[in-house]
Write a protein of this length. Structure first.
Length: 200
């Protein structure tokens, strides 16, 4: 699914011109921003309309999400608050119940390290992002803020990464660690042993 989304972004976007994402910090626009920035990291921009009606905490959250994605953020100041018709809003101010917008903060800034059942899952999580699965960047790119609540588990992954880094592909790693890749606990135990023996 992710590959299909990235392919559609690649087809719709441009490598020669700036790709501007209409952005709010909510789920939909943040997902689009993450996808566009992944395909066009050098020429993508998120644009956020900032008015008097935008709560400060939502603005700060939108900035934080854009920062976590890595996409530059343009803030376009708007002036609809100066229009009496907008302020008055006759007959429409309470026609629909207000809803709290779900943001992508948790999605973009994961609070825990995902579990892995095998060496292959651990490899994929270390080197690759999983945007639909809620992990917009590879574990190797996690920041201190993203790992602070799960340092022990992240430390395990760093140990595994020392073993991963010695091989160009997972197949080569799997061959070298034959008999230890079926379960996460087994491959971690073997990697720790190699580390103790100073083989990593």
């Amino acid at each position: 699914m992710l590959d299909q989304l990235l392919a559609r972004v690649r087809q719709a976007g441009s490598s020669k011109h700036v790709n501007i994402v209409a952005y709010s910090g909510g789920v939909d626009s943040s997902l689009v921003a993450a996808l566009v920035h992944r395909v066009f990291p050098e020429n993508s921009i998120a644009c956020l309309g900032v008015s008097a009606a935008l709560p400060q905490d939502q603005l700060l959250l939108a900035r934080n999400v854009a920062s976590a994605i890595g996409i530059p953020l343009w803030e376009a100041r708007t002036s609809e608050g100066n229009d009496p018709r907008y302020v008055e809003n006759k007959g429409q101010s309470k026609t629909t119940p207000s809803t709290k917008q779900t943001t992508l903060d948790v999605f973009v800034v994961p609070k825990t390290i995902p579990s892995a059942r095998s060496a292959h899952e651990a490899w994929c999580q270390w080197f690759y992002a999983d945007v639909p699965g809620g992990r917009p960047c590879a574990l190797k790119d996690f920041t201190k803020e993203m790992i602070k609540s799960d340092r022990k588990k992240y430390s395990e992954r760093v140990t595994l990464s020392l073993a991963f880094m010695k091989f160009q592909t997972y197949e080569l790693f799997e061959s070298a660690y034959a008999g230890h890749t079926e379960t996460y606990s087994s491959v971690l135990k073997e990697a720790r042993q190699s580390k103790r023996e100073k083989k990593l």
